[in-house]
Design a protein around this ligand. Structure first.
Ligand code: ATP
Ligand code: MG
Length: 400
């Protein structure tokens, strides 16, 4: 491949070392994939992947520290000075009968075939850090310049054989702000049956990457007009533009998109998409409390009661959803003020404890203690200056 362009990319030292050692042993080796794409765009690169003609056994024999990450698929992780580098053997793929994984992979193919199995032209560029030579058979660089996402080969076939690729497509649009090439986009609706075969977890990982990306609404717009969004999130109740009214925080934006759902539905969607328990709780609480009937007549005490109901950890989420979906324009700032002032919003913030209550009232442990604390909290939410041991003890003694 003489005549390929030469260019200087800032490849991290461990990846350079891996390529040099493999080449020194007589194998081809290139950095490849997302790292080359991001380096060409001048974006920071988190992980450098290497593609090589060496077989997994040969890779493992050449380096002191290796992890057989996915040897059947040709992937070995090489650890250089604490940095893991994924090294994958040039690989061709047979047919896909389940729309998720190829039925077989085979090694011993040329680099071009390894690049041809990749999803998008911008992800199918290899780079030799020693010579500075790019191998770019599908004009990924041109597409990077045109800011276009284009499938490698026949898009209908590529999306059909692996349904996850349509999720990756909308995710890359959201991450890069690119357009989808018309023929590639036109192939997405036909791939929805393949998408339905992809595990909910992998779909959610891509959806959350999309939602946390700088151009999330743009990715969602493609997902909406191609039917992807309906396929993965039929419960969506809000226009996709709501994500622009929220910080790039995936669970929060997800909550806003389904803010019209009742509590049971929200929980069901979160379970179906295998959100972590923590994310599921965030989503459920943001939806439930974000629906509060906020109005300009709310006093500071009303805002404190809102924070108390949602809980300190979830109040800002709820306020942001309330603003993005229900027009509660200044609620987030008012919640922020309550939190910043450290005002008491939970029984645990009271200036006296359950033990104090038992002593002052002369009662044993039991529900009465909890009820007394709740009444004290109500008083303190109304007027935080009441939160002193003396004032609370006096209220208790007075039977309030
Ligand atoms: P990211 O920045 O999220 O890591 P990436 O493009 O590096 O994006 P990876 O999942 O790390 O994505 O995959 C590395 C490379 O492997 C891709 O750039 C692409 O060449 C190829 N690849 C990954 N997933 C697929 C897929 N489903 N179909 C075809 N090729 C894929
Ligand atoms: Mg990557």
């Amino acid at each position: 491949m003489t005549g390929d362009p030469r260019i200087d990319l800032p490849v991290a030292r461990p990846a350079r070392t891996v390529c040099r050692v493999l080449r020194g042993a007589g194998h081809e080796a290139y950095v490849v994939g997302g790292a080359v794409r991001d380096a060409l765009l001048g974006r920071p690169v988190a992980e450098w992947d290497v593609t090589t003609g060496a077989l997994p056994d040969e890779v493992m024999a050449l380096f002191r520290r290796t992890i057989p990450t996915g040897v059947d698929h040709g992937t070995v992780t090489v650890v250089i000075g604490g940095t893991p580098i994924e090294v994958t053997t040039y690989r061709g793929e047979g047919t896909y009968s389940d729309a998720r994984r190829p039925d077989e992979v085979h090694f011993g193919v040329p680099l071009r075939e390894d690049l041809a199995r990749r999803d998008f032209t911008i992800n199918a560029i290899a780079y030799d850090p020693d010579s500075g030579r790019l191998v770019d058979p599908f004009d990924g660089r041109g597409d990077l310049e045109r800011r276009v996402l284009r499938a490698v080969g026949d898009p209908r076939e590529r999306f059909r054989e692996d349904g996850l690729r349509v999720m990756r497509a909308v995710r890359f649009v959201a991450a890069l702000g690119f357009d989808v090439d018309p023929a590639t986009e036109a192939a997405i609706p036909g791939a929805l049956p393949s998408l339905r075969k992809v595990s909910a977890e992998r779909v959610r990982v891509e959806l959350f990457k999309l939602l946390a990306a700088p151009h999330a609404a743009r990715g969602l717009a493609v997902a909406e007009r191609t039917g992807v969004l309906d396929a993965i999130l039929p419960e969506r109740s809000e226009p996709i533009a709501v994500v622009d009214a929220l910080p790039p925080d995936a669970p929060l934006r997800f909550a806003a998109l389904i803010a019209g759902a009742d509590a049971r539905t929200a929980g069901r969607v979160a379970r179906r998409l295998r959100l972590s328990n923590e994310d599921r709780r965030r989503v459920e609480r943001a939806i439930e409390h974000g629906r509060a009937a906020y109005g300009p007549g709310w006093t500071d005490a009303d805002v404190r009661r809102f924070v108390a109901r949602a809980g300190r950890a979830h109040a800002m989420d709820a306020a942001l959803v309330a603003r993005a979906v229900h027009g509660a324009a200044d609620l987030p700032d008012r919640v922020r003020a309550v939190l910043d002032r450290g005002e008491p919003v939970a029984v645990g913030d009271l200036a006296i404890t359950g033990a104090d209550v038992m002593r002052i009232l002369g009662v044993p442990p039991g529900p009465e203690v909890g009820r007394a604390l709740d009444r004290l909290l109500d008083a303190v939410l109304e007027d935080p200056s009441q939160n002193t041991p003396d004032a609370l003890a006096a209220r208790l003694a007075a039977g309030e």
